[in-house]
Design a protein around this ligand. Structure first.
Ligand SMILES: Nc1ncnc2c1ncn2[C@@H]1O[C@H](COP(=O)(O)OP(=O)(O)O)[C@@H](O)[C@H]1O
Ligand SMILES: CC(=O)N[C@@H](CCC(=O)OP(=O)(O)O)C(=O)O
Length: 286
């Protein structure tokens, strides 16, 4: 992947795709895994804007792989069904009834909404979960969490086949157990495992904040593994940012070239990260 980038103002004012194409083509052949979290999905317009970024990447020869979350949508359905949910270290305690709702919401409504949005923008997207074509096999993370899984084997063959036919995979974070169980996987964990299996050039973790912030509230644009561990120990990185930064560390250790944690609600978030000099958010490199 080439490193020279076009500047943010140029992107902002570019009127036509033909103007942008020479710059975008520098990334041809790169694999970019994008984790689209439930909090970053927002309105139909946000969804359409995300879909346009993904389609544009595909048109210029990037292989985008979308892994989504949908925590808020699961919460809404559990509330309707009057099923209570508890959380331990950023993971949903998942009993049998809950995992059925998780699969229904993520593989059903959320996955198809993203697939439809990408296809409406002219892409060719296909929805999957970790269960399809043996993509992700899981072990139980911890008996106290019930049907929460940690990916133990990832077979990316189906993703390579889809890339060869210019099809965009949209993956729900569920996996198969070795004894026929269905496991609920944290969306960041799933995206990290898939990015590592593909040795992706970039993993973009889209969230609802500009990036990882330091003790004074400033966004840290570059983060080393040691710095992340220090910030977690000091309590500066807390809550949902802990599994996100831990995913980033595991992904770079697993062979991903760079991970970026950025605000998915910003217009053209993915494109600005890839194609501007400034980039966006916080970058963690191997
Ligand atoms: N040091 C930090 N920098 C940025 N965000 C942090 C930090 N520590 C904790 N957070 C919290 O982590 C949140 C992102 O995690 P989470 O809500 O789980 O995201 P998502 O739902 O997008 O996966 C931020 O909105 C913020 O409240
Ligand atoms: C085990 C676990 O916690 N799974 C998550 C899966 C969805 C997810 O990760 O959604 P976001 O990315 O929108 O947070 C859950 O049940 O909410």
């Amino acid at each position: 992947m080439k490193t020279q980038k076009m500047n943010r103002d140029w992107i902002a004012t570019a009127r036509t795709l033909s103007q942008a194409l020479p710059y975008l083509q520098r990334y041809a052949g790169a694999t970019v895994v994008i984790k689209f979290g439930g909090n970053a999905m927002g309105s139909d317009e946000d969804m359409a804007s995300f879909a346009r970024d993904i389609v544009l990447m595909r048109h210029v020869g990037v292989n985008p792989v979308v892994v989504h979350g949908g925590g808020p949508m699961i919460n809404a359905m559990l509330d309707k069904l009057e099923i209570k949910s508890d959380w331990v270290n950023g993971k949903r305690v998942t009993d049998k009834a809950t995992v059925e709702v998780v699969e229904m919401v993520l593989s059903g409504r959320v996955n198809k909404r993203i697939v439809q949005a990408i296809n409406a923008e002219g892409g060719k997207a296909v929805g999957l979960s970790g269960k399809d074509a043996g993509l992700v096999t899981c072990d139980q993370t911890n008996p106290d969490l019930g049907f929460v899984g940690t990916p133990s084997e990832v077979d990316p063959t189906i993703l390579q086949d889809l890339a060869a036919s210019e099809t965009i995979p949209v993956i729900a974070p569920l996996g198969a157990g070795r004894n026929g169980e269905t496991f609920n996987i944290n969306g960041d964990t799933m995206a990290g495992a898939i990015a590592a299996a593909l040795k992706a050039d970039r993993l973009l973790l889209l969230t609802d904040i500009e990036g990882v912030k330091g003790a004074d509230g400033e966004v840290l644009t570059e983060l080393s593994a040691d710095h992340i561990r220090e910030l977690i120990a000091e309590g500066v990185i807390a809550g949902g940012m802990i599994p996100k930064t831990e995913t980033a560390l595991a992904a770079v250790e697993g062979g991903v070239r760079a991970v970026v944690i950025l605000d998915g609600r910003a217009p053209n978030a993915c494109l600005l990260e890839l194609y501007t000099d400034h980039g966006a958010g916080s970058m963690i490199r191997a």
